[in-house]
Design a binder for this molecule. Structure first.
Ligand code: TPP
Ligand code: MG
Length: 344
């Protein structure tokens, strides 16, 4: 039974197109890293439906605090592709002048918090923003994303506690891809790495109970479902926080510095029923929005478009080397000025 959504078929189709674009871009950016165009890359495969659902659900007054695996969500929110790709490829148009790792965005103008590497470190900052929203009586809610592994950190518990005590307008969104690098959320044979499993017997959404608010588990492979549940949560957050656990799979490696063949036995192949692209296609077909002919033509279009994009950004000029000493201090100290002469 497919529930109706409050968005048009056209918007859903556009969202599906972004989902397909993300799949192609991801593969091509991963290839670009192997060819030396990117120093490092964080693959997205398996997270696409979560990204597109969240991006669709976020309203104009909401604030998004993402983590490092959320490229597709910021694209669906409407961040210009040029801004996002300039960041990933560290071109001279990147607003951080190429100083951050790929996917570590900072789009303040768009109500998006800066992505940081330390796992869960942004959750307390997101909670602070939610406190400020409440204090200043601002419209909107805060949504922050993180992985399953992040829920075993002190910062996660501090943020959840604070949000629960102050009843803040927050959506804590866990993208459960079932791995924290090489550590799975399910029990392992020798039990050596079972912390997340031991805490809740695998049910991360139950962690909300300890902080006095609701946790729900949703299917993170169908973007229409992610949209529905996230929008509902953002609307209800004015009455207090909620934790969403979206179940999905990390279909690729953790990063380009990881080899999952060394530890992973339960792979989720591309094109299988658990693949978010396939699961989302099924929902769209059931809703009479998509058919096989459209699937093929959107695939062809996005394959071509993403090849052109990646070819372009691979070759964009990098920031001038002298910019590495810019914007460090309000007034430049003498030793920075002196170092400028040493930049070769
Ligand atoms: C505080 C901290 N500890 C360790 C790391 C190394 N590290 C980077 S990503 C990661 C796993 C995070 O897993 P999860 O939260 O499930 O997110 P996923 O990468 O699976 O999307 C770890 C341990 C880090 N970046 N920060
Ligand atoms: Mg994970």
């Amino acid at each position: 039974m497919i529930e109706k959504t409050d968005i048009s078929k056209e918007d859903l189709l556009n969202a599906y197109r972004n989902l397909v674009m993300e799949r192609f871009l991801d593969k091509k950016m991963l290839n670009a890293s192997k060819q030396g165009f990117l120093p490092f890359y964080i693959p997205l495969m398996g997270h696409e439906a979560i990204h597109i659902g969240i991006g669709l659900a976020i309203r104009n007054n909401d604030f998004f605090y993402p983590y490092y695996r959320d490229f597709g969500a910021v694209i669906e929110m409407g961040i210009p592709l040029d801004m996002a790709l300039s960041q990933v490829f560290a071109t001279e148009n990147d607003n951080a002048l190429g100083r951050s790792m790929p996917d570590h965005f900072s789009f303040k103008k768009y109500n998006i918090g800066a992505v940081i590497t330390p796992v869960a470190g942004h959750l307390t900052a997101a909670t602070g923003i939610a406190y400020a929203y409440r204090y200043r009586k601002k419209e909107g809610s805060i949504i922050t994303t993180f992985g399953d592994g992040a829920t075993s950190t002190p910062d996660f518990h501090v943020a959840m506690n604070f949000a629960g005590v102050y009843n803040l307008p927050m959506v804590f969104f866990c993208e459960n891809n079932q791995f924290a690098i090489s550590v799975p959320t399910y029990p392992t044979e020798n039990g050596a790495f079972d912390q997340t499993y031991m805490e809740t017997r695998g049910d991360i959404y139950k962690k909300a109970e300890a902080y006095g608010f609701k946790g729900i588990r949703i299917d993170g492979t169908d973007f229409v479902e992610v949209y529905r549940q996230t929008r509902k949560a953002l609307e209800n957050a004015k009455n207090g926080p909620v934790l969403i656990e979206a179940m999905s799979y990390r279909m690729g490696p953790h990063s380009t510095a990881d080899d999952p063949n060394k530890y992973r036995t339960n792979t989720v192949p591309e094109g299988s029923a658990k693949d978010p692209l396939i699961a989302s296609q099924k929902t769209m077909k059931d809703m009479d929005i998509l058919d096989d002919g459209m699937i093929k033509s959107i695939n062809d279009e996005m394959d071509k478009k993403t090849t052109e994009l990646v070819n372009k950004y691979e070759r964009e000029p990098k920031p001038d080397k002298h910019t590495m000493l810019d914007n460090l201090y309000e007034e430049e100290p003498w030793y920075i000025s002196e170092e400028r002469g040493d930049v070769q």
